[in-house]
Design a protein around this ligand. Structure first.
Ligand SMILES: Nc1ncnc2c1ncn2[C@@H]1O[C@H](COP(=O)(O)OP(=O)(O)O)[C@@H](O)[C@H]1O
Ligand SMILES: [Mg+2]
Length: 249
């Protein structure tokens, strides 16, 4: 970590409860995290450890029960709904396990979609979406439908869509969860390039050690607690010695 770089994400004693039959159930427990611009961070943990909940909070799709979240130095607890939506749109790109493409829209229209919400005019939307499709190696398939391309290609389209607003931060929850290992490797190489060449800050959830190994920093969650934050190899080695209740997503 470079002390001179600005923080993209700062969590201070962040807690998240879900309502349960016997009262609130804590799911994230006093999480402190500081992620600086340009970092590539993997988040690992057993199923149910709170990874997706954490990603939803980081993406401002859900709010914490207590604690503080500073996104790009802005305290999101103090922001109104409209400015939060604007910050999220401008600043964060999302990539999901299931690609989440619109099945009846062309690849170009899928990638251009976030620009509609950003109020970008049609001609510019199409031009920028085409550039992003070129960037992920699918420039020649712009008019295809999602069903006409492979799963790995669909995830590339989803990455192009995440990039089209030129976000500083990409949040990816199990982005290779539906892909075979060779296609997963291609997607991870693409993420690595976006991080190294374009300086995009990347936070990626995975339950696979070989996917986490692409990152520069590993955060591990167990039962809502942060149990490791730092070196990837050390974190992976520790994980092997801790009994888990099934590491499936
Ligand atoms: N919307 C929700 N309402 C109640 N409990 C939830 C909700 N979402 C997740 N949980 C619970 O929170 C815990 C963490 O879930 P999650 O963040 O999805 O874990 P992970 O992504 O690590 O598998 C689990 O026990 C899960 O059942
Ligand atoms: Mg999950």
């Amino acid at each position: 970590m470079n002390e001179n770089k600005p923080s993209v994400i700062e969590l201070h004693d962040l807690c998240k409860d879900y309502p349960g039959a016997d009262g609130p159930t804590p799911v994230l427990k006093n999480i402190n995290i500081d992620i600086q611009s340009g970092e590539f961070v993997a988040i690992m943990g057993p199923s149910g450890s709170g990874k997706s909940t954490l990603m939803n909070v980081l993406g401002c799709l859900d709010t914490a029960t207590s604690g503080q979240y500073l996104l790009s130095d802005q305290n999101i607890n103090l922001m109104n709904v409209a400015s939060l939506a604007q910050l999220r749109n401008r600043f964060i790109g999302f990539v999901f396990q299931g690609f989440n493409l619109l099945p009846r829209s062309s690849l170009l229209d899928n990638v251009a979609m976030p620009l509609i919400y950003a109020g970008v005019p049609l001609v510019e939307r199409r031009a920028r979406a085409q550039l992003m499709l070129n960037k992920v190696g699918l420039g020649s398939r712009a008019s295809a439908l999602p069903s006409q391309i492979s799963g790995g290609q669909q995830q590339r389209v989803a990455i192009a869509r995440a990039l089209v607003n030129e976000p500083a931060l990409i949040l990816a929850d199990e982005p290779t969860g539906n892909l075979d290992s060779s296609t997963s490797g291609d997607i991870m190489n693409l993420f690595t390039e976006l991080n190294r060449k374009d300086g995009i800050t990347l936070v990626l959830v995975t339950h696979e050690a070989d996917i986490a190994a692409y990152a520069q920093r590993l955060i591990r969650l167990v039962d809502g607690h942060k149990v490791h934050d730092g070196d990837v190899e050390t974190g992976l080695a520790q994980a092997m010695h801790i009994p888990t209740t099934g590491d499936a997503a």
